[in-house]
Design a binder for this molecule. Structure first.
Ligand code: 5GP
Length: 195
């Protein structure tokens, strides 16, 4: 997505050769117009897949996932990161290791919101090692829901996330793909919507 790549070049900051900061338009301050265009781009690609729900992980995935769900006309389910302090039989949980923070959290879903009837599109801001997306897929499996695909705004293609997911038979659709990250240099690979 040309618009997203231009924005990354203009405002993205490589914190290291592995981490890109996009706090001014995705992660902290959010550009709602860009999010709307992103949502429409995902919806255009996945519109004929019979998607019944969009899921994401709080919090950075919510803005683009909400716009995608709106464009597809389906609900958004937000997987929570807080561990449950209240005993509740209704919860499904799986442990995920955070790439950026180096810590783990318990990804949590109230089981009422996904069923075996659901055909689910996973949306997230970044794809790095694929831990977050794989955690989402584990929760979808526990709910007997089907994975329709994984849409990410930014894939860091020098990390193994895409490979891990495609090896398991899941489609990854990335609007921007970064082949290389250096302090003052961001190199893109052709994005999945460029074909
Ligand atoms: P993964 O689970 O694929 O290793 O990492 C994806 C998750 O880590 C995303 O949900 C995202 O929030 C975070 N993440 C991974 N890489 C980056 C990055 O370069 N910048 C930012 N801001 N977040 C990242």
């Amino acid at each position: 997505m040309k618009l997203l790549e231009e924005r990354i070049l203009a405002e993205g900051k490589a914190v290291s050769e592995e981490i890109l900061k996009v706090d001014s338009f995705i992660n902290h301050q959010v550009d709602p117009v860009l999010m709307q265009q992103i949502g429409e781009a995902f919806a255009a690609h996945f519109k004929d897949r019979g998607i019944t729900k969009v899921v994401t992980i709080e919090s950075s995935g919510i803005a683009p996932a909400q716009m995608t769900a709106l464009a597809l006309g389906v609900p958004l389910v937000i997987f929570k990161k807080q561990p449950s302090r209240v005993l509740n039989d209704n919860l499904r949980q799986t442990v995920v290791t955070s790439f950026t923070k180096g810590t783990s959290y318990e990804l949590t879903l109230a089981q009422d919101f996904l069923t075996e009837e659901d055909h689910v599109l996973i949306i997230d801001d970044f794809l790095a090692n694929g831990e977050a997306a794989t955690g989402c897929i584990r929760l979808l499996r526990l709910s007997h829901a089907t994975v329709a695909g994984v849409g990410v705004l930014i894939e860091k293609s020098f990390q193994p996330g895409r490979e891990k997911l495609t090896e398991q038979g899941h489609e990854v659709y990335a609007l921007a793909r970064i082949g290389r990250l250096e302090k003052d240099r961001i190199e893109f690979l052709p994005a999945d919507d460029a074909h």
